[in-house]
Write a protein that binds this ligand. Structure first.
Ligand SMILES: Cc1ncc(COP(=O)(O)O)c(C=O)c1O
Length: 469
């Protein structure tokens, strides 16, 4: 049990010396994690039967020694997750965060900055406004664009689609229809469900050969729907699908949306941050014409979770969708120049997520971020070439936007078994998906700390396992 001099339970306080001691241990743990993670496994997925009992039981009535608690976390919690920031974590969408982002989170949480209103967090709001401006400029969006930080791509998509619903349908959603390809992330369908759309209002269109939304079939679907009395109102384009990194033809989609008077939302949760680098800018042509964009700095902009962002071309449309002015907030709504982020999204109490982007972009400089993004493109191309150079491996979707999909042989179960074997082995991790009905393995190479040697050794490991099977 912790001594009384170290912990003052009546005030929920630690002594100053103890705060420092504990805090330094936490920082040491994090610094070691960042410095040494590549030497360890990519983490682990625990068996519920084994891991749940480690944390069962109510909290003790009496204080516990925080150092013992930290040791328990060190032993039981941190190793028993997947390390999505590990240089050989190629699964799903990795989370290659950076140390400065982590420290910014600590500061934002330590000062418990309230970033819901200007009254509560004026400097935080000023920083967030600036970072949002950076993103608007990166994406090529005009001056009156605005937006805010949210927990991630899912909430960004929902926030944008609600703004679209409010602006284009005045919230009368009967027979309104939304269009997107079958490669679109499930968060779009979930967001539409949450904001009241029924399944028969959602149009999931088959993708083309390159896994992109086909403008011709979209155009035909819109015409057919109008003739049948539906009310087309929104198209969702992908700026990098989760499956293959495919980018929908945004310029053509923007032309069609302009002609048909439809809202164009771009789900750039995975890929939009790539616009910072020349390679990304080239791939993402047309992004600047979106009515709204979701962008996840906690993916390809190397921030720690939860850091999503939504941009809306006309920020007043976000405000008219979300602003409510209750009596108990009457003191916060006075000066029009004072931006209250609670007026632009779902959260009132919200943390200072913009700080991590601000601190890490300033610390490392923009060029470092551009180079880190470019490296993601190059590593996927490198992985593709390595696979092509070996017998038995087939490329199902060539490298694009730091993603390449492939398989060994023709057997679906083999790909799943390979993934499971990699997970048990722990050296590196890839996950699978389905492309045109067959199971594919997938490399997502957005971690700038990944080396060519990591890719080679991961492929060697896969190749060995595949041939053993
Ligand atoms: C294309 C795309 N959209 C949306 C999301 C959802 O983002 P989040 O998990 O941050 O909510 C993801 C997540 O991987 C994604 O890849």
């Amino acid at each position: 049990m912790a001594s009384k001099s170290v912990i003052d339970p009546s005030r929920l306080e630690l002594s100053v010396e103890e705060m420092r001691r504990f805090g330094y241990r936490v920082v040491d743990l994090l610094a070691d994690h960042f410095a040494n993670m590549r030497d360890g496994p990519v983490g682990a997925k625990s068996d519920p039967i084994a891991i749940r009992p480690l944390f069962s039981g109510p909290p003790s009535e009496k204080p516990c020694d925080p150092h013992e608690l930290l040791s328990r976390l060190e032993r039981d919690v941190f190793p028993n997750n997947l390390h999505v920031d590990h240089p050989r974590f190629f699964a799903f969408v990795p989370g290659p965060n950076n140390f400065m982002s982590t420290m910014a989170d600590t500061l934002a949480s330590g000062f418990n900055v309230f970033n819901g209103t200007w009254f509560g967090g004026s400097a935080a709001a000023a920083v967030e406004l600036e970072v949002i401006d950076w993103f608007c400029r990166f994406c090529g969006l005009p001056e009156k664009t605005g937006g805010l930080f949210v927990s991630g791509g899912s909430v960004a998509n929902m926030t944008a689609l609600l703004a679209a619903r409010n602006a284009r349908l005045e919230n009368r959603i009967e027979r309104a229809t939304v269009y997107y390809s079958d490669q679109t992330h499930s968060s779009i369908e979930r967001a539409l469900r949450v904001i009241g759309f029924a399944p028969e209002q959602l149009r999931t269109l088959p993708c083309d050969e390159q896994f992109r939304l086909s403008v011709t079939s979209l155009s035909a679907a819109i015409v057919a729907d109008r003739e049948a009395g539906w009310r087309p109102f929104c198209v969702v384009a992908n700026a990098g699908t989760t499956n293959t990194g495919a980018v929908d033809p945004m310029s053509e989609l923007a032309d069609l949306c302009a002609k048909e008077k439809l809202w164009l939302h771009v789900d750039g949760a995975f890929g939009a941050a790539a616009v910072l680098a020349d390679r990304g800018k080239e791939s993402l042509r047309g992004l600047e014409r979106a009515d709204s964009i979701s962008l996840d700095p906690h993916k390809w902009l190397f921030q720690s979770f939860e850091c999503g962002c939504v941009l809306v071309r006309d920020a007043t449309l976000l405000k008219s969708a979300f602003q409510i002015m209750p009596d108990y907030l009457r003191d916060v709504h006075r000066e029009s120049a004072e931006v209250n982020f609670c007026d632009y999204g779902i959260q009132l109490t919200r943390s200072f997520r913009a700080l991590k982007v601000w601190l890490s972009l300033h610390t490392f400089g923009l060029k470092a971020f551009r180079d880190a993004i470019t490296r993601g493109f190059e590593l996927a191309e490198f992985a593709e070439q390595q696979l092509r150079d070996r017998n038995g491996w087939e490329i199902l979707s060539p490298a694009q936007m730091a993603t390449v999909c492939f398989r060994f042989g023709k057997n679906d179960a083999l790909q799943t078994n390979l993934m499971e074997k990699m997970l048990r082995h722990g050296y590196a991790l890839l996950t699978s998906t389905k492309l045109r009905g067959v199971v594919a393995l997938r490399f997502c190479t957005i971690n700038p700390r990944t080396t060519e040697q990591d890719v080679i050794e991961t492929i060697e490991c896969l190749d060995r396992f595949a041939r053993q099977m």
